[in-house]
Design a protein. Structure first.
Length: 80
């Protein structure tokens, strides 16, 4: 991520967390082993419902730590 953001300084880079629909993850290589099959992924396990779910909480924490490291340790303040 660091190399990518460096090329955009001072342009703001907005990072999208894991807010994909379950079918988008399901269709990735190996996704069917981790994602539920949902009839309507638009109202299923995504966004906030994914972030606070017990089985995803640790992964969301890692996403937050990564962004914090990029901004505070590496110093790329253009990452949002």
């Amino acid at each position: 991520m660091q190399k990518l953001q460096q090329h955009f300084i001072p342009i703001k880079v907005i990072v999208r967390f894991s807010d994909f629909k379950s079918n988008e993850y399901y269709n990735l290589l190996g996704g069917k082993h981790f994602e539920p099959h949902e009839e309507n992924p638009m109202i299923g396990w995504r966004g906030a419902s994914r972030y606070y779910a017990a089985k995803y909480k640790e992964a969301f924490g890692l996403e937050c730590k990564a962004i914090r490291k990029v901004r505070e340790v590496i110093g790329l303040k253009n990452v949002w």
